[in-house]
Design a protein around this ligand. Structure first.
Ligand code: KG4
Ligand code: ZN
Length: 346
C-alpha cells in the first residue's frame, strides 16, 4: 500500500533498551543529534561472564527515565517539543525490551505523540545515516553484533532481503567467548582486538569457516573450538595470548570480508554498509574499506559510539518509519525474535 511521506521537520526521542545498554537520544532531522546519553551495564554483568537478563531489566528501570530527563534538559526541550517517541521493540531480551516499550508508550501517550516501535537491527543498519558521509543505495549491509551476523541486500531504506546469516554463534558472541578464555573479561571483543595489536603475524593460523561454500551463511562455532583448543594447548603468557587473539581476529575478519565480496558480486551492488558492535573493529573496517576501494565502490560505517547499541540509531530509524506512516495503537508488545524481512516495506 502506498503511503504519503511526511516532509516536515521532525524531532524524535529514541529509547534503546534491548540488551545491556540504556541508550537515550534526541534526533532532529534538521539540526542532527541534540542529545545522546548511554548507560552501560558492563560492571553489573562482568562478574557473571555474560548478561543476566533479570539484572539487565532492573537496571533499565533505574536508568531510562533519568536519562530521558537528562537528554531533554541538555537539548533544552520538553516533551511538547517532540514529534514522536521511538523505542526498540525487538529483537532482544524480552524483559529489557518491555522496559523501553512501556516507558516509550506511556510517555508518548502522556505527551499526545505517536509511539514508534523500532527494529533493533534496522537501527544498526541505518546508523551510518547519522554521519555526514551517509550511504548510497542499493547496497549490501553487513550487520555484525553480539547477537547477529547477517548479510542483507538493501534496495532502499526499509527494503531488506536476507542474503545470509550465521548458522550458530554471532561474530560478536564468538569474539566474547574467546576473549573470556583469554581472561579478558566480558564483553571482551574490543579488548581482544586491542591485545591482537601486539600479536606476531604467522605464529598461528586459524580456519576460515564456510568460505568453500557458495552461499552467504556463516558459522563461527568450529573456529571458536579451534581457538579454544589452541588456548588450552599453549602457555598463557602475554605474547601467546596476543598471538592467538591476532590469529582469531584475522580469521573472523577474513571470513566476513570474503562473504561481503561474494554478496557484492552476487547482487552487483557497489556500496557496503557495516554496522553493529563488531563494526567498531579497526581491522574489519580497514579490510572492508580497502576491499571496497579496490572494487571501485565504497564502504560506510557509523562512528565508533554508534556501532554499539545507542539511542540515536533508534531515534533515526523511528523518524524514518514515522515519516512513512506507521500503525499506531496502545498495545505494548515486543518481539524477542524478529526477522528484519518481516518489517513493512517502505
Ligand atoms: O551491537 P552491540 O552493541 O550489541 C548487540 O546488539 O549485540 O554489539 C556488541 C558486540 C559484543 O559482542 C562486543 O564484544 C562486540 O560487539 N564488539 C567488538 C568490538 N567492539 C565491540 N568485537 C570486536 N572488535 C571490537 N572492536
Ligand atoms: Zn545491537
Amino acid at each position: 500500500m502506498e503511503r504519503n511521506i511526511i516532509e516536515t521537520a521532525m524531532r524524535i526521542l529514541g529509547i534503546e533498551t534491548s540488551c545491556d545498554d540504556t541508550g537515550i537520544s534526541i534526533y532532529d532531522d534538521k539540526a542532527g543529534i541534540l542529545a545522546n546519553h548511554l548507560y552501560s551495564q558492563v560492571k553489573t554483568h562482568s562478574d557473571y561472564g555474560g548478561i543476566v537478563p533479570e539484572l539487565a531489566s532492573r537496571d533499565h528501570i533505574r536508568k531510562t527515565i533519568p536519562l530521558i530527563q537528562a537528554a531533554l534538559k541538555e537539548a533544552k526541550l520538553t516533551g511538547q517539543d517532540l514529534d514522536g517517541v521511538a523505542y526498540t521493540a525487538g529483537p532482544g531480551l524480552v524483559g529489557s525490551l518491555l522496559v523501553g516499550a512501556s516507558i516509550g508508550k506511556s510517555l508518548a501517550f502522556a505527551w499526545d505523540l505517536p509511539a514508534i516501535p523500532v527494529h533493533h537491527m534496522e537501527g544498526h543498519l541505518l546508523a551510518p545515516m547519522l554521519e555526514d558521509n551517509s550511504p548510497h543505495f542499493p547496497c549490501v549491509a553487513l550487520l555484525v553484533s553480539g547477537g547477529h551476523t547477517q548479510l542483507i541486500a538493501v534496495t532502499s531504506i526499509g527494503r531488506y532481503q536476507l542474503l545470509g546469516e550465521s548458522l550458530d554463534d554471532a561474530a560478536g558472541e564468538s569474539f566474547d567467548k574467546i576473549a573470556q578464555l583469554l581472561g579478558l573479561g566480558y564483553p571482551g571483543g574490543a579488548m581482544l582486538s586491542k591485545i591482537a595489536q601486539q600479536g606476531k603475524k604467522g605464529r598461528f593460523f586459524f580456519p576460515r569457516p564456510m568460505i568453500d561454500r557458495p552461499d552467504l551463511n556463516f558459522s563461527f562455532s568450529g573456529l571458536k573450538t579451534f581457538a579454544a583448543n589452541t588456548i588450552r594447548d599453549h602457555q598463557a603468557d602475554n605474547q601467546t595470548r596476543a598471538d592467538i587473539a591476532l590469529a582469531f581476529e584475522e580469521a573472523v575478519v577474513d571470513t566476513l570480508t570474503i562473504k561481503c565480496k561474494r554478496a557484492l558480486e552476487q547482487t552487483g551492488f557497489k556500496y557496503l554498509i557495516i554496522a553493529g558492535g563488531v563494526a567498531d573493529n579497526l581491522q574489519l573496517r580497514t579490510n572492508l574499506a580497502v576491499m571496497m576501494e579496490n572494487r571501485g565502490g565504497k564502504a560506510f560505517f557509523p562512528r565508533s559510539e554508534f556501532c554499539t547499541d545507542n539511542g540515536a540509531m533508534i531515534a533515526y530509524a523511528g523518524m524514518v518509519r514515522l515519516k512513512h506512516g506507521i500503525n499506531l495503537n496502545l498495545i505494548i508488545s515486543v518481539r524477542p525474535r524478529w526477522p528484519l524481512e518481516d518489517l513493512p516495506k517502505l
